[in-house]
Design a protein around this ligand. Structure first.
Ligand SMILES: O=c1ccn([C@@H]2O[C@H](COP(=O)(O)O)[C@@H](O)[C@H]2O)c(=O)[nH]1
Length: 308
């Protein structure tokens, strides 16, 4: 799957991923009204609204992008109905041949991690039958329970040729509280980066490893160091746009070959219709998905002009 991701980034000349993080507040009123007319103001209605919202955004952007990153929390908040919307979204993105990065941030003790791994990127056995319940291509993994928590994901990656992105240095303001703590004079995120490099060396694709890393766009200096520590890891970079990360700070996340990083934007794309820049170009709630397409085109141009 890492080979497919690298190929698609090259083909589309777009080292970006669209984050499908559908809060109900972001969904245009006309979509909510339709869903609520059908199912009432219920969890089912919310699930239908976020699914229709996602579908329109995917239809408007899929030809431009290599990958999507649905954030499972936005779906889980609506319980089973939200999870159904998550599954429909994943299935639809598969039909569009997009690479799917499930932002699930899981990680637990061994047997529990194994259950997460088989459910999301592997197969679960039921009697004589095996099923792929969630069908993502990659998932995000929290490594702070140690190798016991990560290894089950790596085992499934090897079996299924899927991938993971391990949280190394996250984009949020308080990420330094623990991740920057010095251990033997080195920040913890560097030690985790070394581990990612080691785990990744056991499962290489053609150019990059099946084990990637998450490093926030909001910490470019740390990104530069981590790029060197993990030369073969694809870095998933959240924090561009809504969190303040700028294209001009992103070059250091890439390798000399112009590859090695994929930049995420969620609100910047899915809420583009609320942005005055696009309202001035004739965007209203009714054609919100056209604004997402415009925002994707602008993001690709912004990033490529900064890194090339
Ligand atoms: O360090 C991290 C890890 C994950 N995220 C996730 O990425 C998106 C960012 O959304 P924006 O709207 O583009 O800010 C969201 O799903 C986060 O949970 C992150 O931001 N930082």
């Amino acid at each position: 799957m890492i080979n497919k991701l690298v190929d698609k980034i090259k083909q589309k000349d777009a080292p970006i991923v669209v984050g499908l993080d559908p809060m109900l507040d972001y969904v245009p009123n006309f979509i909510k009204e339709e869903a609520f007319n059908q199912f009432g103001e219920t969890l089912e209605g919310a699930g239908e609204a976020i699914w229709q919202y996602n579908k329109a955004i995917i239809d408007a952007t899929h030809d431009l992008i290599p990958a999507v990153k649905p954030q499972i929390a936005m779906y889980e908040q609506f319980g089973i109905e939200g999870i159904k919307a998550f599954n429909k979204t994943v299935e639809y993105c598969r039909q569009k041949d997009l690479v799917i990065i499930g932002d699930i941030k899981r990680g637990d003790i061994g047997s529990t991690s194994k259950a997460y791994a088989v459910g999301h990127i592997g197969r679960v056995q039921v009697g004589k039958n095996s099923f792929c319940p969630f069908k993502e291509d990659f998932v995000t993994v929290n490594p702070y329970l140690g190798s016991d928590g990560v290894n089950p994901f790596i085992d499934v990656c090897k079996e299924e040729k899927k991938g993971i992105f391990v949280l190394v240095k996250t984009s949020n303001p308080s990420s330094g509280e623990f991740q920057d703590r010095l251990i033997d004079n080195r920040p913890l995120y560097e030690i985790v980066g070394e581990k990612v490099n080691m785990w990744g060396s056991e499962c290489m694709g053609d150019e990059y490893s099946y084990v990637g890393a998450v490093v926030g766009a909001t910490y470019p200096k740390m990104g530069e160091t981590l790029r060197k520590i993990m030369p073969k890891a694809m870095i998933l970079v959240p924090g561009y746009g809504a969190q303040g990360g700028k294209a001009e700070d992103l070059k250091c996340f890439f390798n000399e070959d112009g590859l090695g990083a994929i930049i995420n934007s969620s609100r910047g794309i899915i809420c583009a219709y609320k942005n005055d820049k696009y309202k001035d170009k004739g965007i209203t709630e009714m054609n919100f998905a056209d604004a997402s397409r415009m925002a994707v085109i602008d993001m690709i141009e912004d990033i490529n002009s900064a890194i090339k």
